[in-house]
Structures are given as structure tokens and as C-alpha cells.
Design a protein around this ligand. Sequence first.
Ligand code: NAD
Ligand code: IPM
Ligand code: MN
Length: 355
Amino acid sequence: MKKYNISVIPGDGIGKEVMPEALRVLRAVADIHGGLKFEFDSHPWGCEYYLEHNQMMPEDGLSRLENSDAIFLGAVGYPKLVPDHVSLWGLLVKIRRGFEQVINVRPAKQLVGIQSPLVNPRDFDFLVVRENSEGEYSEVGGRIHSGSDEIAIQNAVFTRKGVERAMEYAFKLAEQRQGYVASATKSNGIVHSMPFWDDVFRDVSEKYPDIKSDSFHVDALAAFLVTRPHTFDVIVASNLFGDILTDVGAAIMGSIGIGPAANINLNGKYPSMFEPVHGSAPDIYGQGIANPVGQIWTGKMMLDHLGETELGDKVLEAIEGVLEDGIKTADIGGTSSTTEVTDAIIEKLKSVCKV
Ligand code: NAD
Ligand code: IPM
Ligand code: MN
């Protein structure tokens, strides 16, 4: 019997609604397989925990997660309770940084059964490799003075090592896909970091002569994701640009509630973390209408990472089958609840695994 130890952090808002659903799917996967077991170790960390303990996770939180095979996270943030800069630095970003999860991979592709909001959609299937440890999300900066003299400073910090490894990762993925990497830049802006980003991109691309490479200003690239997303394969982007482009990616799939993501630790010292692109959606929390697809598809990415790619593929097949049957939440034009969609995915999983 193969056993995977998964640390689970449902987090805040709809994270607490979609996580139990994704765990139900993973349990069904294990049942169907028969020779595989998930040990879920769940942690109630998040904004409510903060109100009680004055911290988002316990002091030894990271060491409690450290030995797991993967971390499965819902969403963090509930700004009405705790300011975002406190909740996110205290949990989500703390894990990403503490466990050197330097790459964030976010696929976007047209799923069978979902109407894209694009007027003239063509099949698209691209992956965004987002630099996940530095750039515009550096820890350098702060607020000084006060009142009308107040100043806020944020220094973007790009290191050759950090940029290079994200780009290497993108080129290696492109080798297994359509052989094309597009870089999101802004070297026409008055910033020092992006000409540097472009230099590193040129250097890395020279090592991959068989891979086609291109650079786009990020503003134009965001527009192209709307007008011609089918022309992209792998996109490599800085932390902030990647964040924005991947919400666009999820939106053109049909909803922010669908996009999956993986925070990858490359050196094998720490676990990787799997969390959907969307956040805690306080506006719909508690209504039972959150789309569970993003969390469940993220579970598929976790299965792939654990080496269970066949099972991962079955999960995506089940998701698409259910969407094709018209069983969907309201954000993608359906009337089904979070639980109804998950029930249907589990039933579909049983049938796609039979054949
Ligand atoms: P959000 O992604 O939570 O919501 C944006 C919009 O998309 C909302 O209208 C919401 O209802 C909708 N939506 C999101 N997920 C959905 C789903 N599964 N099904 C149906 N609709 C869905 O982004 P936001 O409103 O900017 O942020 C809310 C909170 O979440 C903030 O505290 C933010 O910082 C946090 N956040 C956390 C993460 C994370 O933990 N990875 C990611 C993004 C935002
Ligand atoms: C995401 C989120 C986070 C990010 C926030 C909540 C810090 O938007 O994972 O996409 O920007 O990385
Ligand atoms: Mn985001």
C-alpha cells in the first residue's frame, strides 16, 4: 500500500467550503485505486485562528508541515477580519518563502463543457510559469513618515539566480509541450528590472536552440490572452505579472473559480504546495455555491507531482465529463451547488476509471 502524507490547510472563506470537497475526491481516487492511501493532516490556520492566537499559524507551523509529501491549501485572507498584508505574509507567503517554493505553475486551457467568455474562442492550452519568490513581491520597502508626508516604497528585487531558474523551468516544460516560450516583460517602462529580465531570457533561450522564444510587453500580452490565447504555449512571468496574467487565464477559461496552481520546491528540501488561483471569495462565502473545480483540479496537479499522473488525468477527465453534462456552479452558468458538482465528479470518476 502506497501512502501519501498530505498537510491540509483549508484556510479562509470558500477555502473551507471547497477543500472538504477536494478531499472527498481524493479519497474516492484512493478507494478506486485500492493500493493507495492519503493521510490528511488538517490545520485550522487562517484569519479566525489569528483572532484567537494573534498569529496566522503556530510558531512551529512550518516544522509541522515540513515532513509531508505535499501541502494542500484552500485560500488565505478575510480582509474584514484581518488586513491582507497581515494574513498573507503570516501564512501563504510564509510557506512559499519558508519552503523555497520558487516556481508557481498555472495552467489555463479550454475545458470541454465550459463556455469561454471570449466572443471568438479557439482551443487554447497554455501554462504560466510565475517566478514565485522575489521580484515585485520583495520584502524590501515599507512606509515612512506620516500624514501628508507619508511615503510608501516597494523595491523590486530580481536576482540572476531567481530569474534564471524560472526561465529554465519554463524552457524545460516547453520541451515537453509545443516548444514555445513567451516572456512577459515591460522593458519599455521606466524600470531597471525588466531590461535585466530580458537579458537573462536571451541568455537562457540561447541554451535551448530548438525552442522558439518571444518577448511581449505584459500589457500587450494580457490583451493577446483575450484576443488570441491559442497562440501561446508556455509563458514565463515575474511574480506580479504572473499573478495578474493567471487571473486572466482563469477568466478566459470561464471563471476564476476554475484555475489550478502548484507552488514548486525545486531542491527537494521541502514540500511543494498546491492551492487554486482564486482567493477566499468573501462575497459568496457561506452560500454553498463556490465552484469546487479549481480546488479539485489543483488536487490533480498534486497527484501529478506525487507521480500519480494516470490518476491525475482521470480526475480532469471526470471534471470535464461533469461540466459537459451541464452540472455546474453559478459562476459558469449553472445552478448546481458546490456539493452537487463534487458528487457528480466522484460518480463520473468511478465510471471513467472502469473503462
Ligand atoms: P477572489 O479570487 O477571492 O474573488 C474574486 C471573485 O471571483 C469574487 O467575485 C469571487 O466570488 C469569485 N470567485 C473566486 N473563487 C470562486 C469560486 N471558487 N467559485 C465561484 N466564484 C469564485 O479574489 P479577491 O476578492 O480579490 O480576494 C479575496 C481574498 O482572498 C483576499 O483576502 C485576497 O487577498 C485573498 N486571496 C487569496 C489567495 C490565496 O490564498 N491563494 C488568492 C487570491 C486572493
Ligand atoms: C495568488 C494570490 C496571492 C499572490 C496573494 C493573495 C498574496 O493573489 O496566489 O494568486 O499574489 O501571490
Ligand atoms: Mn492572484
